[in-house]
Design a protein around this ligand. Structure first.
Ligand code: PMT
Length: 230
């Protein structure tokens, strides 16, 4: 049986990939399936937490048992859902792959091909950084966990960069995923490192996304215990 060390802890997990509409039938998106976020939500609920899962385009996955699921599409929708759920949350984990940019304008009708053979130019604008907003409005004692999808596998450079990212982002824990050919996105396994604000670094061996989730909750549980949470 799993430990009940997250009993009553209020947790928000975001999962999946946001989509930014170009016109009624086209969007800019990414390859996140939501599997990693769902594994986090499922394991947290099994360990006793009250979990809200904010899911962007994860239709292929069944709702995890005992978890409240809010479905969203765009980064803006994910932001409002995560912010609302985070108001009274003890822990927020941002596992979703959020679009950094969106089309500056959304065409009301399907964009048509022109007879002159020209192609349209898509102008993009920035989306909000949701995690940065959470850090700025953090409740006392609230733990914030980020994910970072990094390419390349030279241990030094990826990790140096990730440690800097953790500092810059101001999160308590950062999961660094090595992405690239057939890794992390969509598949059932994941690997990487778990970095802590105190500089600690833990290698997460290749394994089921449930195992990575367990490593994250073990670290969160430890931080909650250290902060004197009952
Ligand atoms: O869904 P799966 O198929 O199971 O794949 C899992 C995963 C690879 C998507 C997941 O493990 C993962 O790494 N998710 C984060 C991917 C990502 O978008 O990383 P990033 O480096 O772009 O973003 C860094 C952090 O900031 C993330 O916590 C992200 O949620 C957050 N962010 C990013 C952009 C933005 N505008 N707002 C944010 O809050």
């Amino acid at each position: 049986a799993l430990p009940r060390d997250l009993d009553g802890v209020r947790i928000v997990v975001s999962a999946g990939g946001t989509r930014e509409q170009l016109d009624p039938v086209r969007f800019l998106g990414n390859r996140s399936s939501g599997k990693q976020g769902y594994a986090l939500a499922r394991v947290a609920a099994q360990r006793g937490a009250e979990v809200t899962l904010v899911a962007a385009h994860t239709v292929a996955l069944p709702d995890p048992a005992g978890v409240r699921v809010a479905r969203v599409s765009t980064a803006a929708e994910l932001e409002s859902a995560v912010n609302a759920a985070s108001l009274d949350a003890d822990v927020v984990v941002m596992a979703a792959a959020v679009a950094d940019f969106r089309p500056a304008a959304r065409a009301e009708h399907k964009i048509k091909k022109k007879d002159d053979g020209s192609a349209p130019t898509v102008v993009l604008e920035r989306n909000p950084d949701i995690l940065a907003g959470l850090v700025a409005r953090r409740r006392p004692g609230q733990l914030l966990v980020g994910f970072a999808a990094e390419t390349g596998d030279e241990h030094g450079s990826v990790l140096d960069h990730a440690h800097k990212k953790l500092k810059r982002k101001g999160v308590d824990l950062l999961v660094v995923n090595a992405v690239g050919e057939g890794r992390a996105f969509e598949v059932d396994e994941n690997t990487g490192w778990l970095l802590s604000a105190d500089g600690a670094e833990q290698r997460i061996p290749l394994g089921a996304k449930t195992e990575l989730a367990t490593t994250v909750w073990d670290a969160v549980s430890e931080l909650l215990r250290e902060s004197g949470r009952p």
